[in-house]
Write a protein that binds this ligand. Structure first.
Ligand SMILES: Cc1cc2nc3c(=O)[nH]c(=O)nc-3n(C[C@H](O)[C@H](O)[C@H](O)COP(=O)(O)OP(=O)(O)OC[C@H]3O[C@@H](n4cnc5c(N)ncnc54)[C@H](O)[C@@H]3O)c2cc1C
Length: 372
């Protein structure tokens, strides 16, 4: 809430704004960064309800990923070849741009690769049969040949004996990524107003009404609240869905390294030091997980814990440290929605499960679209 502001504060934070950006996630801050580069004299203020943001950008799993074999096959089925290549390209180029904006060392960026693991023979057979085709698709998108290769799976229990490895995937620490991005944005002269919860948007005028009733009317408003935009605007084909994550305590003998994908990316896990992070499985309870409210889902937690016990770690020291959820924005298409919805309001939402990869590029695209 923007409560009890002095005249000076009001004038500084809420008036004569050229570009107001709602949401300080990766998209909002990237948009602010690129817009300020394009219009250095403009007054840009990012409005966000709490520090460091309450969405997904600091709550995600930190996979810098471009797509697992079964995920890509599923995309090929649903959106066709060219759109799938474009999607992979968007992720690959987005990750390159992210590393230009945020120094990789400052966000713990590590190129540890990834593996797709298979729960049954059928999914393994489909993915391995299509390997040559998948590599052609990947090469078109990244210009790198033979990205996927078959390797032995010796790290897990009761899953198929082979996995598909990808060298191109990396991992990072999302909180460090956002902290660096935030500092970089501040250095450009953009203001970030944490504590501004917006309860209404009037798209026709680009006006935001904050929880205490204060109205903010910038020359242009850019809404970067991902799935939560549906609480404020009527946007076709956008749903907010919750995603669960669990983190173990440090484990004594963890034989895993890098990113792991299972079942089209619905289940994912990685290591962080000698801890195991596992998340996802929202497809096992879609009714409950279609929402923009935070909270834990016991059915999913039980499922993920059983997956760990059955397949990943059976030593006695397995204990969980913490669990949390984040909110995604999804729809029938995996393409983000970036468009002006009036002369005064633009939206950049629906980042799906790949906002780390494409968020910086989405911000850049918004800045390219916007005219003064
Ligand atoms: C658990 C989880 C794991 C994920 N793992 C990965 C991964 O490994 N790799 C990957 O690429 N992607 C991953 N994602 C997806 C990725 O995190 C998101 O796509 C990305 O962070 C979206 O960024 P954003 O800036 O669009 O939205 P957000 O980061 O959600 O930012 C939106 C901001 O808007 C603010 N806001 C919303 N409504 C209001 C309001 N009314 N008033 C004021 N402020 C408001 C919120 O507080 C929030 O800070 C994951 C997501 C989740 C939830």
């Amino acid at each position: 809430m923007i409560k009890n502001l002095s005249f000076w504060e009001q004038e500084f934070m809420t008036q004569n704004i050229d570009f107001a950006i709602l949401g300080a996630g990766i998209v909002g801050l990237s948009t602010a960064f690129f817009l300020k580069n394009k219009f250095p004299e403009s007054k840009i203020v990012v409005f966000e309800r709490q520090f460091p943001g309450l969405g997904a950008s600091t709550k995600n799993a930190g996979f810098a990923c471009i797509g697992s074999p079964t995920e890509i096959l599923s995309d090929l089925d649903s959106i066709g070849e060219q759109a799938t290549i474009d999607l992979i390209k968007m992720r690959w180029n987005g990750l390159k741009l992210l590393q230009e904006v945020v120094n990789p060392d400052k966000m713990d960026f590590g190129n540890l690769g990834s593996k797709e693991l298979f729960v049954n023979q059928e999914s393994k057979d489909i993915a391995t049969t299509e390997l040559t085709y998948l590599n052609q698709i990947m090469e078109e998108a990244t210009l790198i040949p033979d990205v996927f290769r078959i390797v032995k799976n010796t790290e897990t229990i009761g899953l198929q004996d082979i996995a598909i490895h990808c060298d191109l995937e990396s991992q990072l620490n999302p909180m460090l990524m956002m902290d660096e991005l935030y500092k970089k944005v501040l250095r450009t002269g953009v203001l970030v107003n944490y504590g501004a919860a917006v309860k209404q948007i009037i798209p026709e005028t680009g006006t935001m009404v904050v929880e205490d009733g204060a109205e903010i009317s910038p020359k242009q408003l850019i809404v970067c609240t991902n799935g939560m935009a549906m609480d404020l605007l009527d946007i076709e084909d956008l749903r907010a869905v919750r995603n669960q994550v669990l983190m173990t305590k440090p484990l004594c003998s963890l034989p895993l390294s890098g990113n792991y994908h299972v079942d089209r990316g619905y289940i994912y896990f990685r290591t962080y030091g000698n801890r195991l992070l596992i998340g996802g499985a929202r497809n096992i309870d879609t009714d409950t997980e279609t929402c923009s409210t935070f909270g834990d889902n016991q059915k999913i937690i039980t499922f993920l814990k059983a997956f760990v016990k059955d397949h990943l770690y059976q030593a006695d020291d397995l204990e969980y440290d913490t669990q949390w959820s984040g909110i995604l924005g999804v729809g029938s298409s995996k393409q983000p929605i970036i468009r002006a919805i009036s002369d005064y309001t633009t939206i950049a939402v629906r980042l799906g499960g790949m906002g780390v990869a494409i968020g910086t590029g989405v911000g850049n695209k918004v800045a390219e679209m916007i005219t003064a």
